[in-house]
Design a protein around this ligand. Structure first.
Ligand SMILES: NC(=O)c1ccc[n+]([C@@H]2O[C@H](COP(=O)([O-])OP(=O)(O)OC[C@H]3O[C@@H](n4cnc5c(N)ncnc54)[C@H](O)[C@@H]3O)[C@@H](O)[C@H]2O)c1
Ligand SMILES: *[C@@H]1O[C@H](CO)[C@@H](O)[C@H](O)[C@H]1NC(C)=O
Length: 318
């Protein structure tokens, strides 16, 4: 089979994110070959995916047009990298978040695939120019950064290496759209990409407000979940502003821009998240609400995923 058929995708690494990508790609009708360097791990992943697909079908939350059985038939597992890559037009890497591991994985893949195959990394915290520094042809490389859990949270940040070809960004954008994810393009690489930079800003100010004795841990979370978050599931900060003044964004900035600038200049320094009494007391306050043992955390994670499933359903209807 030649890669020009464009129906086979290889997923490298079968942990949490590798399994999620495999489920997303088979939901769009692609054949997915899963590889893991731990012998037997890829096969275990398929067993786990089978269970999840059956549960999703039962809950009427299975993505795509195919049944769970049809989607499962598109999956195969490999302990051999060369075999796993045969015939693929797109490779999604999901191994440990260690620069040297990713660099050596991509060096191996680069040697084994044809020249038109796209190499995509799931990295959350590493920039493409580092991840792909050992690849010969970097024009075919990019980061496709998912959000956990990708099955319900559809955003994918496409981040180019300085040498990435425009056609590689375009093909990946179409692929992600085809499997019903929501891709966004970064025009250049930057530490944290877009999502984690915005998230870091929110974390920093929330932390400072609690540390400075302005608000409790419980209440700052409510500010987001019952306030800003209500809008943010459907509109971003730009449209929010555009709709909040009679004549749109320009009008909004005339009315509120000065106030926003004043608040911004009062923000404190970057917090010390793990040092000192301040940090300890924030952690304690959180753990009083939700103890950090496995049982309590798993229950809350289950609840989060159920809620996200409901929200995904709601968004589909709108
Ligand atoms: N977990 C998240 O919330 C999240 C969100 C977005 C992106 N990511 C990124 O996705 C990637 C994977 O994260 P995860 O949470 O799935 O990790 P994980 O630890 O669950 O899975 C990693 C898998 O990769 C395999 N592996 C390790 N080295 C390998 C190699 N050389 N070749 C083949 N397989 C190898 C491991 O055996 C394991 O099965 C990371 O880069 C992470 O930053 C994670
Ligand atoms: C490099 O990758 C691009 C994009 O996939 C491809 O078009 C080009 O032919 C490749 N060049 C070489 C020398 O392999």
């Amino acid at each position: 089979m030649s890669s020009s058929d464009m129906n086979i995708i290889t997923v490298i690494g079968s942990g949490l994110i590798g399994r999620s990508w495999a489920m997303v790609f088979v939901s769009g009708g692609y054949s997915v070959k899963i590889y893991d360097n731990q012998p037997g791990q890829a096969a275990k992943a398929i067993t786990e995916i089978r269970k999840q697909l059956e549960e999703l079908e039962e809950a009427h939350m299975l993505r795509g047009e195919l049944t769970a059985t049809q989607q499962l038939a598109l999956l195969s597992c490999y302990d051999d990298l060369a075999q796993a890559l045969e015939g693929a037009f797109f490779v999604q890497e999901c191994v440990f978040e260690h620069l040297d591991v990713k660099q050596s994985v991509f060096q191996d893949i680069d040697r084994l695939v044809g020249k038109d195959v796209i190499l995509s990394s799931s990295t959350s915290c590493l920039v493409p120019s580092n991840v792909f520094s050992k690849v010969q042809n970097r024009s075919r490389c990019l980061v496709s950064h998912p959000v956990n859990p990708p099955y319900y949270v559809k955003l994918v940040e496409l981040v180019p290496h300085p040498e990435t070809a425009a056609s590689v960004m375009d093909t990946t954008h179409s692929l992600m759209t085809k499997v019903d994810q929501v891709p966004v393009r970064l025009k250049k690489e930057i530490d944290g990409f877009a999502l984690n930079r915005v998230q870091a800003a929110i974390i920093a100010e929330s932390w400072r407000l609690v540390q400075d004795g302005i608000i409790s841990v419980k209440d700052i979370d409510l500010v987001m979940s019952e306030g800003l978050g209500m809008r943010y599931a459907f509109l971003g900060p730009m449209e929010t502003m555009h709709l909040n003044a009679p004549a749109g964004l320009e009008d909004y900035m005339k009315r509120y821009g000065e106030g926003i600038r004043r608040i911004l200049t009062s923000f404190g320094p970057v917090p010390d998240f793990s040092g000192g009494e301040g940090a300890k007391s924030i952690v304690n306050e959180m753990c009083e609400l939700i103890p950090s043992d496995l049982q309590h955390l798993s229950a809350r994670i289950e609840r989060r995923d159920q809620l996200l499933m409901g929200l995904a359903k709601l968004k589909k209807e709108h």
